[in-house]
Ligand binder design. Structure first.
Ligand code: FE2
Ligand code: FE2
Length: 148
């Protein structure tokens, strides 16, 4: 059984971004038992490297989509992404440096990412991505050279 499951209530109204979230959740589910069983460092680092890649690609795509959709708080959202990336990077560095990464810290990462971020922050931009009424504002801003 997976440690975390993607559910329909996590959907952000974009198949591409939902797929990213699912891939990130898969990575976290792969990582959890490795840490619990103190698996060899190279196995843990391989999953961490994949997670880091997915997170970077996802954040970049999500930031572009938020700007394009005219979501007004995209910069504050980007700052949250930057701090989440710092957590992933620090975790990977700790493993590389032979530090003991405890399950509590991983759990915190998952909680911050899933509960606070996808269900909280990511869902705030959903109306801008899905509501056609929000589009003209974004188009107006772009045609007037405004970067949201
Ligand atoms: Fe996000
Ligand atoms: Fe996201």
């Amino acid at each position: 059984m997976n440690f975390v499951e993607w559910t329909a209530e996590m959907s952000v109204g974009s198949d591409a971004l939902d797929d990213h979230h699912k891939m990130i959740i898969d990575c976290l589910n792969d990582l959890h038992p490795l840490l619990e069983t103190h698996a060899p460092e190279d196995k843990v680092l391989a999953v961490m490297a994949k997670l880091e890649d997915f997170v970077l690609v996802h954040f970049s795509q999500e930031e572009q989509d938020m700007k394009r959709a005219g979501y007004p708080d995209w910069q504050a959202h980007k700052a949250l992404h930057d701090s989440m990336y710092d957590v992933v990077f620090a975790l990977k560095s700790d493993i590389q440096n032979g530090e003991n990464v405890d399950a509590q810290r991983l759990f915190q990462l998952i909680q911050d990412w899933l509960v606070t971020h996808i269900l909280g922050e990511d869902r705030k931009y959903v109306p801008y991505m899905t509501d056609p009424a929000a589009k003209p504002v974004a188009q107006w801003k772009r045609s007037n050279g405004r970067d949201c």
